[in-house]
Write a protein that binds this ligand. Structure first.
Ligand SMILES: Cc1ncc(COP(=O)(O)O)c(C=O)c1O
Length: 455
């Protein structure tokens, strides 16, 4: 059967295309899918088999597969092969949507993962100071303002081969992943992990390989074990991991780097928490500079609407991202970069950030104390989120919703089966309201599943 299919595809490519490039192969298969000649759930021939029939290299067919996966036409199902995928509706990205699909009318919405607006630096004086600048002289100016580049390089946790600025951490992850990953690549992720990042890897047709996180970050033995699967990359969050709040210690980072030392695995670090975290900056790039791409977002610390993140490290990847972006947005708004530069230079902003960190820590501490007193499991963590163990995810969400409180379901953060949890953005709980909210979480955590319940 698969022989016949391979023959049919090879013949369509030979007759229907001007050449046998990856683009032609993808276009012909795309048309066959649209025409119903390759229905949903059809298993495609292996890369090697089709390459042999077409007389092209396996890389050419892999590139075609990647293009098709990028538009959601096909998907890799691990060792079972690559299949035509069900067309995806506007509901995607599915995990991300589930995190925020609640009623949205909460008195207190703790599902958001966003920082407390009251604790972000005041932009007014800074905006006034940059408003008269003429910042762009040519479309081919370097995408990063020189002053900002200098300051970021100074503060980078290792000397990067290249550094650029993009529109937030997710923009960085999207661009890095799209450049580096191919359909069917295995990618090691933390377990639990950030849902949009899992959606992204899913859309690229990658197979995620989960490794547990403890209070010091990704578990070393877990990583060592999965290296036998020859993953292409490891994606991790160095600080205030969303959702568990774990921050990598320097020692853990060193040991993870040691395990990766004689591999070709690329390390992609999403330092989304930045200065909101109490932990110092940390990166495996200190030991693996040519194979680490470190992303630092300014959303949690300086404001999500700056939409800025820096990406630095492995020169081949960062430069490719920069070059590809020339054909898209070109650069991230230099007005916003100038605002960020002023914020990073200001000692008042440093003080405001230290204050925000203290307040977040106080909110965590107060809520954590109540949860501890009731034996509700949760890692102490760092940052603005708390990963709270509940008896039943759905029951807990309904219980909170009835009290006017929103929280994120734990399910979308999971790659494999695990106990039920909620991710609660406690950063948005007023300090003097912490105990009241904690009591509500205690109530929610204890709601037991009704028969027929579950996720
Ligand atoms: C782990 C993680 N990565 C990335 C992001 C998105 O960051 P940005 O706003 O810089 O795109 C978030 C936002 O919550 C996050 O929690």
């Amino acid at each position: 059967m698969s022989e016949t299919r391979a023959a049919a595809i090879a013949s369509a490519v030979t007759h229907g295309g001007a050449d046998r490039s990856a683009r032609t192969i993808a276009a012909v298969i795309g048309r066959m899918i649209t025409a119903g000649e390759l229905p949903v759930d059809t298993r495609l021939p292996t890369v090697r088999e089709l390459a042999r029939r077409l007389g092209v290299s396996p890389t050419t067919v892999s590139d075609a597969w990647r293009t098709l996966a990028g538009v959601g036409a096909i998907e890799a199902r691990g060792r079972n092969g690559t299949y035509v995928r069900r067309p995806t509706g506007p509901g995607l990205p599915r995990r991300y949507r589930r995190v925020t699909e609640g009623p949205g009318h909460f008195d207190l919405d703790l599902s958001t993962g966003t920082p407390d607006p009251e604790l972000l630096p005041d932009l007014r004086p800074v905006v006034a100071s940059v408003s008269r600048q003429s910042l762009t002289s040519s479309y081919l100016d370097h995408p990063v303002l020189p002053g900002l580049a200098e300051l970021l390089l100074d503060r980078w946790p290792f000397p990067p081969d290249a550094l650029t600025v993009v529109d937030g951490a997710m923009d960085a992850l999207d661009r890095v992943a799209t450049h580096v990953l191919r359909l069917g690549d295995r990618v090691v992720v933390e377990h639990p992990a950030f849902p949009p990042m899992l959606d992204l890897l899913d859309q690229l047709g990658c197979e995620v390989v989960p490794v547990d996180v403890d209070e010091n970050g990704m578990v070393v033995d877990g990583l060592r074990t999965v290296l036998a699967l020859a993953p292409r990359a490891v994606f991790l969050q160095p600080r205030a991991q969303n959702p568990t709040g774990a921050s990598l210690t320097a020692e853990r980072a060193r040991r993870l780097a040691e395990v990766l030392d004689d591999t070709q695995v690329l390390v992609v670090e999403d330092d989304h928490a930045n200065d909101v975290s109490e932990a110092p900056p940390v990166s495996l790039g200190r030991w693996l500079p040519e194979r680490t791409v470190h992303v630092r977002s300014f959303s949690k610390s300086h404001g999500p609407d700056l939409r800025l993140a820096a990406v630095g490290g492995a020169g081949d990847v960062v430069t490719a991202v920069e070059n590809r972006r020339l054909l898209g947005p070109g650069w991230s708004s230099r007005i916003l970069q100038a605002v960020l530069l002023e914020l990073l230079r200001s000692s008042e902003v440093d003080d405001a950030l230290a204050r925000a960190r203290d307040i977040y820590a106080e909110r965590r501490k107060r809520i954590s104390a109540v949860l501890d007193a009731h034996g509700i499991e949760h890692p102490t963590g760092d940052g603005i989120n708390l990963w709270v163990r509940v008896a039943d995810e759905r029951g807990a969400l309904v219980h909170l919703a009835m009290l006017g409180v929103g929280a994120a379901p734990g399910g979308p953060f999971l790659v494999r089966d695990d106990l039920d949890h909620l991710r609660v953005t406690i950063g948005n709980v007023r300090t003097d309201d912490a105990e009241r909210v904690a009591d509500m979480l205690v109530g929610a955590a204890g709601v037991v599943p009704t028969s027929g319940g579950g996720r």
